[in-house]
Each structure stands twice: as C-alpha cells, then as structure tokens.
Design a protein around this ligand. Structure first.
Ligand code: HEM
Length: 512
C-alpha cells in the first residue's frame, strides 16, 4: 500500500515537472525575467509584489518589447506579462470563444459568500452579468450623484468644516474610504446610511458600516477554508464576527426586497442596485441566482468598488496639490458650469470633462485595479505585436495552464498609447468623444470591463466638483518639508489587493 502511494506521488510530481518544463520551453522564447519565484503567488509575492511598480519604466524597455515572459526557477508558474492592450484583449474578454479564464486560486477572497460576477467565468459569468447588468442604469447613476452630494454636505456639517476657513486632514483616505463605502451602501445596497449616524446590526453591537469596514480590512484572512474560521486568532475572529453580522443583515434585506417587489406586482420603486438586482432576478421564468449568489453579488460590488474609487480620489486630490494651475483650470470650469449659488446637478456631469479628466489621469498613473490575471484553459496561441517600429505580430504557442498577467501599471504608461506617459497631463482626456470610451483603459475594456465604471465616474465627478467649488486644495506639509519632499512621500504606490497612493495629508482652504 505504501509503495503504491509513493509511486502515485512520484508519478504526480513527475507529471507536474514535465508540464512545467513544457510551459517553460514554450514561453522562454520570449525575453523576460528569470528568477527564483514568480510575483503574485506565495512565497514570491512576499518580496516581488512591488516589482511591476518599482521597475515600471524599465521592465519592458530592458526586455525589448511590451510583452515579456517570467520563468521562475523554484516556486510559481511561468507566465507571460503584458502591458500591450492587443494582447490583453485576447485574454480578458470572457467570451465563449476565449481560451483564457480567471484562475480560481486568485479569486478566493471573492468567493467567501458564494459565486459572483467578478469571480465567475464562462456561462456562469454570462448569467451573472445578465442579471447584474440592468441594475447599472441611468436611474442608478442619478441616485449616485444625489447621494454623493448629500454625503458631501453631511461631511461638511458633521466634521465641523462649515465653521472653518482652513480644514486640515492628515489622511484624506479617511474621508474618501468612508465616502466610497457610504455611496455604495446607499446606492448599491439601498441602506440609508449617513456620515454621522449609521444604522446598527440586528444585535445593535456594531454599526453595519463598521462591520463592513472590519470585514473589508480582514478580507484576506477569510481566504482560509471555512472549517478553520473558528481558530482563536484575533483578526480571524473579528473578520468572522463581521462576516456573520453582515450575512444575517443581508439575508434579512433580501427577504424585505423580495416582499416589497412581490407586493408591488413585480415592480417596486427603489432604484438602488440591490433592489434592481432582486427585481431582475425575479422577472425571468425562474429565479436565476439563488439567495447566496444574490448576497455575494451585492457584496462583490463593495469589494470591486470601494477601495478602487477611494484610492483614485485620494490620488486625484494629491495631484491637485502638486499642480495648482491645473486645479485653477478645473475650478474655472466648475464655476462656469455650475455657477455660484446653485448646486451642481447630475445633468452637469457631461459638461465637467476637466473634472473627469483629472480623475482619469490620476487613475492612469495609479491604476487601482493594477493587475488582471488569466490562465489558458487549453493549448492555444497568443499573437504578440512586435516591438514599436516593427510591423506585424509573432505567434506564441502557449500550453494549457500558462498564466497571462495583464500589468495595468505598465499598460497605462506604455509609449505606444501615451505621449510623455510619465507626466500628469489631464488635457489628454479633455473633450473625449463617446467613441473614445475604450481609450480609458483603467477600467479594462471589452465585454468584461468594469461594470461600475459609470458609478465610480459619477461619484468622483460629483464629489470633486462640490469640494473644489468650495475649497482650494493644498498639501499639508510636515515641519521643514518642501512640496517636492511631500510629492516624493505621497506619490508612491501602496499595493495590496488594490493599488493606491501613500497617505495623503491635505489642507482645504475655503474659497471666498
Ligand atoms: C476607480 C474605480 C474603479 C476601477 C479603477 C475599476 C477597475 C476595474 C477593472 C480593471 C476591472 C476588470 C477586472 C478583471 O477583468 O480582472 C473591473 C471589473 C469590475 N468592476 Fe470595477 N473599477 C472601479 C470601480 C468600480 C465600482 C464603483 C464598481 C461597483 C459599483 C465596480 C464593479 C466592478 C465589477 C462588478 C467588475 C466585474 C465585471 C465582470 O467581470 O463582468 N467597479 N473594475
């Protein structure tokens, strides 16, 4: 018995080594990195996670093209790294003709509640997108604008900004993270949370907002198998407790929504994403998603839309401190569109292209969704465009199981697409025509592009418009620090699941 087991283990090991060698041979034709471990999986991620950031201006140039290979000697899989959008389009689409899927090993954090749109693939993804898609409509975006404006006014009032001419915020992320969470809670979940008085969970122990923040903070801990969730570690216990509270809260709300919609003859009047989702789900011949999937999809909006929007807003405000002339130009547009004495409204959004542009440009240089990971589900061929200046493509055969990593940091500073890519130049986005929609790659492109793009854009333009209408933004310098020193300190990446800038200390000076 022991001998048979050993033979089996040896056989499996040999099989995996042969597979590795085959993969390595195939992609080693592409120049690139040869090193001990890969970048994204354990243990390589412990010391390599920042490599795509720290070497962003040299990695591809040194290797002769914007698609390269990574062959690890000891741990991890060989992979193709690309900052080329044509290569990206071949792998990220998620259509039934696509030979690449999202590998499950990288989606574990998302599956805590069950299958959902972000983690699913193939036919399951199509079903989820079909149910989720209609929830993202103009009526939702209108609600996003109104709620963001309401929350902004609540911040000014509750934080005492209204009585001060100069407001100092040592970490602007404290504001942008809470704002993004509140907008999602109101417009995504339809829960009427306000800045100063959030509702509490059923047992009244903690606010739902606190439970959501707690769970988001510890989301990586919940990746361990559910059987181990009762282990006596503080972070795990706290994450589990908030998970259970939110789950109970969500279950109650699904039931409430279903009852409301039934009572209203299948319609209902609420326009938040949750209500629209529950309604869309009950309108088919049969229910398409089960209760866990519904909850999982609403939760995943939080995962996908919270840190991403909050980080990009923080980066945008940091850039405004560094470029006061651009800030003044944007302010002039806000004044000319919204005037004085009246509040900017949803219909103004289309005219506020300079506000949109600073958000796009900050998101280009600090892409919150910094990496997209796909895996070949069968042996396939990748068409790799030749280096700049050479026509045509080279066909690269890829064995099943090879990872293709779309490096969004590199993509968005690729000279193929941007002139002076290292510079903050929002004017590259001024007056963008609807046909140029996909020039903004921060949100990805194609059928699997960000479902929440318009949501994030509406929230960002609304918040920045109100804030910059009322205040001039300046860097809050440490004693003896210069603006250059502040820039060096702040405009650097902070990478976890998402990417953002370091803590941004700011001063708001009331405009007279
Ligand atoms: C600045 C803010 C945001 C950025 C930079 C961003 C970026 C992205 C990117 C790059 C993807 C593609 C990921 C992949 O294919 O692996 C994505 C997908 C997605 N995003 Fe966003 N996102 C933002 C805000 C939001 C918001 C506010 C929501 C929800 C309200 C949201 C919901 C989603 C969903 C549901 C998907 C998955 C779409 C699918 O697979 O069909 N995102 N986002």
């Amino acid at each position: 018995m022991i001998v048979e087991l050993l033979v089996l283990v040896l056989g499996l090991w040999l099989y995996s080594r042969l597979k590795f060698v085959r993969q390595m041979r195939a992609i080693a034709k592409l120049p690139g990195l040869r090193q001990g471990t890969d970048l994204l999986s354990f243990p390589g991620n412990l010391w390599n996670l920042y490599l795509p950031w720290t070497r962003r201006f040299t990695l591809y140039k040194e290797n002769g093209n914007d698609t390269i290979s990574l062959v690890p000697y000891f741990a991890g899989r060989p992979a193709v790294y690309t900052s080329n959008m044509d290569v990206a389009r071949q792998v990220i689409g998620g259509s039934h003709r696509c030979d690449f899927l999202k590998p499950e090993e990288f989606s574990q954090t998302l599956l805590v509640w069950g299958v959902n749109l972000v983690a699913a693939d193939g036919d399951t993804w199509r079903t989820h997108r079909k149910v989720m898609g209609p929830a993202f409509s103009n009526s939702l975006y209108e609600m996003v604008w109104e709620k963001t404006a309401e929350i902004y006014k609540d911040i000014v009032h509750s934080e005492g900004w209204a009585n001060r001419d100069v407001v100092e915020t040592p970490v602007i992320q404290d504001v942008t993270f809470k704002l993004a969470l509140l907008v999602l809670a109101n417009c995504g979940f339809g829960f009427p949370f306000s800045w100063s008085s959030p509702p509490t969970t059923a047992n009244g122990e903690m606010s739902v907002l606190e439970a959501l923040s707690e769970m988001l903070k510890h989301q990586l801990v919940l990746m361990i198998p559910k059987k181990l969730w009762n282990l006596p570690f503080k972070a795990l216990q706290s994450a589990k407790k908030s998970h259970d509270l939110i789950y109970a809260f969500m279950q109650e709300k699904v039931k409430e929504r279903q009852a409301e919609i039934k009572q209203d003859g299948g319609f209902g009047t609420k326009t938040d994403a949750f209500s629209l989702l529950v309604r869309a789900n009950s309108q088919g011949e049969k229910t398409q998603l089960d209760e866990n999937e519904l909850i999982s999809n609403i939760y995943v909006l939080l995962f996908a839309g919270h840190e991403t929007t909050a980080h990009t807003l923080a980066a945008t405000l940091a850039y405004m401190c560094i470029y006061p002339k651009i800030q003044e130009e944007v302010f002039q547009q806000i004044q000319s569109v919204a005037g004085t004495g009246t509040d900017p409204i949803f219909a103004d959004q289309a005219k506020l292209d300079k506000v949109m542009a600073i958000f796009y440009e900050a998101g280009r240089l600090f892409p919150a969704g910094w990496v997209m990971i796909r895996q070949a589900v069968k042996d396939t061929i990748l068409e790799v465009p030749n280096p700049i200046g050479e026509e045509g493509t080279t066909s690269l055969p890829l064995p099943e199981g090879t990872n293709v990593i779309v490096d969004m940091i590199g993509t968005q500073i690729n000279d193929r697409y941007f002139e002076e890519p290292e510079k903050f130049k929002p004017e590259r986005w001024y007056g963008l025509a609807p046909s140029d929609f996909e020039k903004v790659t921060t949100f990805s492109v194609g059928p699997r592009a960000c479902l929440g793009r318009k949501f994030a854009e509406t929230e960002a333009v609304c918040f920045l418009t109100y804030l910059m209408r009322d205040y001039r933004v300046e860097a809050l310098l440490s004693p003896g620090e210069t603006l250059h020193g502040w820039r060096e300190r702040v405009l650097d990446a902070n990478i976890m699941v998402t990417l953002g800038v370091k803590d941004v200390p700011l001063k708001f000076i009331r405009r007279t």
